[in-house]
Design a protein around this ligand. Sequence first.
Ligand SMILES: NC(=O)c1ccc[n+]([C@@H]2O[C@H](COP(=O)([O-])OP(=O)(O)OC[C@H]3O[C@@H](n4cnc5c(N)ncnc54)[C@H](OP(=O)(O)O)[C@@H]3O)[C@@H](O)[C@H]2O)c1
Length: 166
Amino acid sequence: MRVSIIAAIAENNAIGKDNDLLWHLPEDMKFFTRMTKGHTVIMGRKNYESIPHKFRPLPNRKNIVLTRNISYTAEGAQTFNNIEDALKSCHSEKEVFVIGGSEIYNLALERNLIDTMFLTKVHGKFDADAFFPEFDEENWDKQKLSTHPKDEKHAYAFEIFEYNRK
Ligand SMILES: NC(=O)c1ccc[n+]([C@@H]2O[C@H](COP(=O)([O-])OP(=O)(O)OC[C@H]3O[C@@H](n4cnc5c(N)ncnc54)[C@H](OP(=O)(O)O)[C@@H]3O)[C@@H](O)[C@H]2O)c1
C-alpha cells in the first residue's frame, strides 16, 4: 500500500487560517478530486469539521477522521484514535491519501509513514495559523507534474509536484 500526502502549500508553508483554506483554486481542487477519488482519505478532526456540511463526507471516497476523543462520531466517516490503526484498516488498498491538516501532515511525516507527496506550491505568502511541516528536500525525488498561471478564476499561480521518498 502506498501512503501519499496531498496538500496545497504557500511559499511560507501556509496551508490554512481560522480552520479554513487560504485560496480558491478550482483546477487544483480538480486535481485533488481526481487523485483521491475511489481511495481512502485520512484527515484530522479539525480538517473534517472545516469541510462544509453539504460536501462531507467527501464523496466517492472512504473518509477516515483522526481524533483523540474516543466518543467522537463523524457522519459518513470512520473514526480512529491513532494513525497506525487507521492505516492498518486500509492494508488491502493500493493507495491511501493523508489530506491534512497541519497536525496530521506533521504526525504522518514524523512517523515516517509517507511514501509520496503531491504538493501544490501556491505562489504567494499568506497570513496563516496552520502550516505544512518543514521537510528535507534531499530525502525526496521531486518531479513537476503541472503548472498553472494566475487567471480570472485563479488569484494565484501554482505548480504541482510529486515527491517520492528516496
Ligand atoms: N492547504 C491544504 O492542502 C490543507 C489541507 C487540509 C487542511 N488544511 C487546513 O489546515 C487547517 C487544519 O489543520 P489543524 O492542524 O488545525 O488540524 P487537523 O490536523 O485537521 O486536526 C487536528 C486534530 O486531529 C486530531 N489528532 C491530532 N493528532 C492526533 C493523534 N496523534 N492521534 C489521534 N488524533 C489526532 C485531534 O483531534 P481531537 O481534537 O478531536 O482529538 C486534533 O485536534 C485548516 O485551516 C484547514 O483548512 C489545508
